[in-house]
Design a protein around this ligand. Structure first.
Ligand code: HEM
Ligand code: FES
Length: 756
């Protein structure tokens, strides 16, 4: 049964399904698990009208991000609007306190918003957050010291609300007094803005919110009397004096109230959610106890899986289509980041919690674009330090039996209490902090898991294969043909393609002993079963386009490994392919016997000690139009193929490199400018800095791993301008298209416009 949507004058034009009508964001399933409560919407009705709230609910990742991306069409003006309007008596109570909450950064329209954001950004930049590190550490230690010998604690009550509040007040430059009062004020503000209080509760709430407003005004007056004061609010007060038209008086008062909540509740809830999740999962908790370098990515995965800001709001300034649904001007949107963060279209196995997930930072819990959370890097620092202290000092922590409760509201989510227990007699001796976290998004280099070598096998002269498995016997992540992993051992770090059975729970890599190399391969050749290695990935920057009409696979030497996996895959799906395998001596060519057995008739081996050189030119000339050539091997062979295919634009050449072959002189670097379309900033990139460095310093989240143009982690989308490509990831056709670039090495000419 469907009935008309009250948002439209002609009602019947917009049907509301039963599930859309039944959706209640103030109670029940949504309060316990908003992502699960909207699984049906992500699958079947990604944008729906909910009569209970009068909002259109947006549930898929791409749609939520698209809404965040366009603050002109999707105005943030309703972000702090009461989702449950107050009755007149409650409004009268608010008025009696002179309450006049107005626009602050978060609900301000353009162009005023970006002007203010630019003026008020400096304190939030990674370089300026360093000053808070020691304070966060000391505060966290002090809190843990107070309960470490007790064996049981409510972490919310005994540490988690107070640390972010103290840090926030310090960051703002607000004197630390009346902390408990401020906590109550914040909760009142949350229910007032995002909750569904009863009529009676609304009166009491109005008094509390009115008192919060007065308190914020008094604090502001005291701060104005200290013109030299330190902290972000003092900076805002000074900007108010310098630019009273941009940072206005009313703005300061509203901001004072909003920022306390923005900085404190969000982070306290995020910490509680993260600890609860890690302890429930067990494996994630054990992993961060063993290796603190995993904490930054674990924090991102916790923010993705169970973030503290689960939904946000926008209002349409003109008619628009969102997720295929036509919406009228004025439509109000509830964009549910918790649901977007569980969207399978963006996150593989989205409902499983995986602290090794390498795109966890894509979560939308901090929003995205022009209004993206300015405090994200301060919040990250706090969350990392809290997890590091707890996992080091109380690795044997476990969740106590309890029923979790949440403050009912649409947007802020974290348990009211988090009871944990531990055996005091087993407390480890106090050690020093294990790692000094960098400020900003996590680096992929740190996302490494332990794997154990289960078998070592000789494949050919100088080539061995290692079988790798999870030490606890769990299946390793799935991979596709062309994927590689990075292995670390004794400070050596090497990339190897996967070449075994993709359905097996473990991995196989083949390693050539390179006598002239830097010693890494020799070290890997000495490993024996039982050796534990660190592994990053798998990642695939050499994917197989299974739709190509014909495949020509060309391998040189140990470059056979990704192509073996491709041949296996092509055989399995019944696609036409032929593999040419070039080598020096036949005895040194790995996997030949297996190739001849499994791919008989589709493999031609060219061992130079037996047969004449392979004629690459003839292979290219003979290739049928549309053929995809996938090649991996020595640089000379790949360069030759690149040259040969320039006269055959009908062929697609995909190649895999394992070394950057750095041939650019840094002295040739020229400065350029980047315009960031989604964030509204323009940044200069000086000749002596990479684009990646400049973006990071401006607080933009960019993943990176190799930082030498090889791995593809730092890819950004280019909207306009000429790119000077210096990476080995993109094919020549992709480089020519100019729509993507690797920002760790590639540069721009003049001005580039990026989708960031
Ligand atoms: C904005 C989440 C911590 C300051 C936002 C927005 C979200 C958010 C969802 C709106 C984004 C958008 O519209 O695109 C969070 C979460 C936090 C956190 C999940 C903790 C885990 C903090 C902290 C501070 C802070 C610690 C300050 C010290 C701000 C400010 C804005 C904002 C100033 C407004 C930015 C603008 O509109 O230009 N935050 N926040 N946040 N947040 Fe946070
Ligand atoms: Fe590896 Fe840029 S970080 S290509």
């Amino acid at each position: 049964m469907t009935t008309g949507c009250p948002a439209h004058a002609d009602g019947a034009a917009c049907p509301v399904s039963d599930r859309a009508r039944a959706f209640d964001p103030f109670t029940g399933a949504y309060q316990l698990d908003p992502a699960a409560a909207l699984a049906w919407a992500r699958a079947e009705e990604p944008v729906f009208f909910n009569p209970e709230t009068g909002y259109w609910v947006v549930s898929r990742y791409a749609d939520v991000k698209a809404v965040f991306r366009d603050p002109l069409l999707f105005s943030p003006c309703n972000v702090l609007e009461k989702i449950t309007p107050f009755p007149e008596e409650a409004m009268a109570v608010l008025a009696s306190y002179g309450y006049a909450m107005n626009r602050t950064l978060v609900n301000e329209d353009e162009p005023a918003h970006t002007e203010r954001r630019r003026l008020l950004m400096a304190h939030f930049l990674p370089a300026n957050l360093e000053a808070h590190r020691d304070r966060v550490r000391a505060l966290t230690r002090e809190k843990v010291d107070a309960f470490v010998a007790k064996g049981r604690a409510d972490l919310v009550e005994e540490m988690l609300w107070e640390i972010p509040l103290t840090v926030a007040l310090h960051f703002l430059g607000v004197p630390e007094s009346d902390m408990a009062r401020l906590r109550e004020f914040s909760m009142a503000h949350t229910v007032n803005t995002w909750g569904r209080p009863s009529r009676e509760d609304q009166i009491a709430l109005a008094h509390e919110v009115g008192r919060f407003w007065q308190f914020a005004g008094e604090v502001l007056d005291r701060m104005r009397a200290e013109p030299e004061g330190k902290g972000w609010m003092h900076e805002a007060i000074r900007q108010n004096a310098l630019h009273p038209d941009i940072v206005t008086d009313s703005y300061l008062h509203s901001m004072m109230m909003a920022i306390i909540v923005a900085a404190h509740e969000t982070t306290a809830h995020a910490a509680a959610n993260a600890i609860k999740l890690l302890l429930t999962d067990g494996a994630g908790w054990r992993a961060i106890c063993e290796d603190a370098a995993l904490i930054p990515n674990a924090v991102e995965e916790c923010l993705r899986y169970a973030g503290s800001v689960v939904a946000w709001r926008r209002q349409l300034t003109a008619p628009a289509t969102v997720g295929g649904t036509d919406l009228p001007a004025g439509a109000k949107l509830l964009i549910v980041m918790a649901s977007a963060n569980h969207d399978e279209r963006q996150f593989q196995n989205a409902d499983s919690f995986d602290i090794y997930r390498d795109n966890a930072t894509d979560h939308l819990t901090f929003g995205y674009g022009a209004h993206q959370c300015m405090g994200k890097n301060l919040a990250r620092l706090e969350l990392r330090i809290i997890l590091e202290e707890l996992s080091r000092r109380l690795p044997h922590l476990r969740l106590a039996e309890q029923d979790f409760t949440y403050l009912p509201n649409t947007s802020f989510r974290g348990p009211d209490h988090l009871w944990v227990e531990w055996d005091v007699a087993a407390n480890p001796a106090e050690g020093a902090e294990r790692t000094r976290f960098e400020i900003g998004a996590p680096r992929r280099k740190d996302i490494a898991r332990s794997v154990v070598v289960t078998a070592v096998q000789t494949e050919a002269e100088g080539v061995i294969s290692l079988q790798l498995a999870d030490p606890q016997g769990r299946p390793l992540p799935r991979w596709t043909a062309g994927a590689h992993v990075d292995l670390e051992l004794d400070g050596f770090d090497r990339s190897y393609s996967l070449c075994g059975d993709p359905d097996a729970p473990g991995y196989t890599v083949s390693i050539l002993r390179e006598e002239a190399g830097r010693g890494g391969s020799c070290r890997f050749h000495k490993v024996t079963p039982g050796t534990v290695l660190r592994l990053r990935g798998p990642r695939n920057h050499f994917p197989l386009d299974e739709t190509a009409p014909e495949h020509l696979l060309i391998a040189g030497g140990i470059g056979i490994t990704p192509l073996l996996a491709m041949a296996d895959r092509l055989k399995r799906i019944g696609a036409p392919y032929h593999l040419h395998y070039l080598g020096g001596a036949e005895a040194r060519m790995a996997h030949l016997a297996r190739l001849n057995r499994d791919h008989a008739g589709r493999v031609t081996a060219h061992p130079r000690d037996r047969v004449p050189h392979a004629n690459l030119a003839a292979l290219v000339v003979a290739a049928a139009p549309g053929t995809r050539i996938s090649a991996c091997g020595p640089a000379r062979m790949l360069e030759a193929l690149q040259t040969l295919t320039t006269t055959r634009p009908d062929l697609v050449l995909a190649i895999e490199h394992f070394s950057a072959g750095d041939d650019t002189d840094p002295a040739d670097n020229r400065p350029f400018e980047v315009e960031l379309a989604d964030s509204g900033f323009t940044l200069p990139v000086p000749a002596d800095r990479t684009l990646l460095q400049v973006l990071r310093a401006a607080g933009i989240d960019i993943a990176s791993d190799c930082e030498e143009g090889l791995c593809g982690s730092c890819e950004v989308a280019v909207l306009d301008g000429t790119v000077d490509h210096r990476d080995k990831v993109l094919s020549s056709a992709e480089k020519a298209a100019g729509t993507r670039m690797m920002c760790c090495r590639s540069r721009g000419e003049g001005r580039l416009k990026l989708a960031l």
